[in-house]
Design a protein around this ligand. Structure first.
Ligand code: NAP
Ligand code: MG
Length: 481
């Protein structure tokens, strides 16, 4: 990517700024991925006003036009997933394969909603009064503020922007300041997609400035946010003040249960993938591994070997499985939690150290703790790093109880060959997505995604369920004769 300034996209124009964000590669801090314009307060107001001006026209646009736009964006993301995925890996630190996969998946979101555009059906019914017809249908909501986190810089934007414009809304997107590059590429593709000016706007900058101005505006109708619980709560309060609709996807402390009758290789594979891939920086990561006593020692032995074999390296290095942590602040937080866990009496089996590589970056070895309890802070608070903790339990019933004993409830998993226990867990696990013999991370794009408790607030994202948030219902009564 060139060192030219990457501008904000407002009302169909690229708008520069005196203030610049340097997008730093966490695998190699001497590599500046690009320079990005920081939106000013004026830019924020201009974007919100452009979106409002464009909304009416887009909300009434022909479905074929919307489908064409969404298909264009999806096709380009998929065709360029290799090249864009590499930039994503450079700015965020996940491996090249994960970066490419994320961009490809982002394209699939646009293609999926390109088809959903044609499936927005209403209902027709008779009135309780004679001669009166009733129609119930969905309309676009208005201007949607979209605020995204740094860990999936393309995919979260895609799964929010695609349904927003598919259902006829106008959008202002504010990506995380740490990773503006993927969102800028998405804006560039959108700028060539035929979408009318003002329907999509990009504002780069910090949450404190740009995010705050956007989400406290009385001229937006909804906010969809993915990020931390603290910021989510703050955004929700502001949204309620303006009677804006709000949807939050937040933190997690996902549990993977391993029962005595589990296939041990499946258990280890799921725990490693769920616990450490993406450097553990996934909202769906397994951070609590709840293991039944009979399989515990064998599991820990095989898990230790598997974690020890993971290759940490530059996100673009051949063979790297675990990239760096996203930045120095997050690395320090992970190291602080390592100390907190040790102080609480958790037993470190391996990992958890800052690593030096050929390039200066935020590297750390994946850490595994055993003999932890569910009351320890390391098992109650979101760490968001490559750290997993084993909790030993005696029975399935205890495993279920411990897995549900959390302020969070995004995903959960169970590894078992017992149909009865798998079925019971699916019914009684207090999470939004339950996985059986699969990692807690890894979801599809055509079905709903979201959690319970402090992990989510408001209607579900993704699949057809996204329309609950992005549309508003109208009930028409008519007496034609
Ligand atoms: P974060 O600090 O809450 O930030 C998320 C976004 O909100 C960023 O764009 C941030 O901007 C912005 N923001 C901050 N303060 C704001 C304010 N006052 N008003 C409006 N926007 C504001 O979260 P993060 O550290 O980027 O991401 C990690 C968190 O995301 C973790 O808790 C993780 O579990 C969660 N996550 C959840 C899901 C899910 O689906 N449940 C998926 C992915 C991630 P800046 O960062 O630019 O300042
Ligand atoms: Mg942040």
């Amino acid at each position: 990517m060139s060192q030219d300034l990457h501008n904000n996209y407002i009302n169909g124009e690229w708008v520069g700024s005196a203030q610049v964000i340097d997008n730093i590669n966490p695998s190699d801090t001497s590599d500046i991925v690009g320079r990005y314009a920081k939106a000013s307060n004026e830019d924020c107001l201009a974007a919100i006003s452009a979106a409002n001006a464009a909304f009416e026209g887009w909300s009434q646009s022909a479905l074929e036009q919307r489908k064409t736009v969404l298909d264009f964006i999806g096709a380009e993301l998929i065709a360029r997933s290799g090249e864009i995925g590499e930039i994503l890996a450079r700015e965020e630190g996940k491996t090249r394969a994960e970066g490419v996969g994320e961009v490809y998946r982002s394209g699939q979101f646009f293609q999926y909603y390109g088809a959903e555009v044609l499936r927005l059906m209403g209902e027709n019914t008779q009135s309780v009064r004679p001669g009166v017809d009733v129609e119930v249908h969905r309309e676009a909501l208005g201007v949607i503020a979209i605020v995204t986190p740094w860990n999936f810089p393309m995919a979260v934007a895609a799964w929010k922007v695609a349904p927003a414009i598919a259902y006829g809304n106008a959008v202002v997107l504010k990506p995380a300041e740490l990773v503006p590059g993927s969102a800028w590429i998405l804006a560039d593709i959108i700028s060539r997609s035929g979408l009318p000016a003002g329907v999509f706007n990009l504002l780069m900058g910090s949450g404190r400035d740009v995010g705050e101005t956007l989400c406290t505006s009385a001229d937006i109708q909804a906010v969809t946010f993915t990020g931390s619980v603290g910021v989510g709560r703050h955004i929700a309060r502001n949204a309620i003040d303006n009677m804006a609709r709000v949807q939050l996807e937040m933190g997690s402390k996902n549990a993977l249960v391993v029962l005595d009758d589990a296939d041990i290789d499946v258990a280890v594979q799921c725990a490693v993938v769920g616990g450490y891939f993406g450097t553990g920086q996934k909202c769906t990561a397994s951070s609590r591994i709840i293991v039944q006593a009979g399989i515990h020692d064998e599991f820990v032995e095989k898990m230790t070997a598997a974690v020890g074999n993971l290759v940490v390296g530059h996100a673009l290095a051949e063979g790297a499985q675990i990239g760096p942590v996203v930045d120095g602040r997050q690395l320090q937080q992970n190291l602080d939690y390592m100390q907190i866990a040790k102080d609480e009496g958790a037993e470190l089996v391996l990992g958890g150290e800052a690593l030096s590589m050929d390039t200066e970056g935020f590297y750390m070895s994946p850490a595994l703790f055993i003999n932890t309890t569910n009351q320890m802070r390391i098992n109650r608070e979101e760490v968001f790093g490559p750290i997993a903790c084993v909790i030993k339990v005696g029975s399935y019933e205890e495993a279920l109880e411990v897995s549900n004993d959390s302020d969070f409830g995004l995903t959960s998993g169970i590894i078992t060959n017992s149909l009865a226990n798998a079925g019971h867990f699916k019914r009684h696990s207090q999470s939004g997505c339950v996985m059986v013999n699969l990692p807690t991370a890894g979801t599809d794009y055509h079905v709903p995604f979201g959690g319970r408790k402090n992990s989510s607030y408001g209607p579900r994202e993704q699949g057809q369920y996204a329309r609950e948030f992005y549309t508003i219902i109208k009930t028409n009564y008519s007496k034609p004769y």
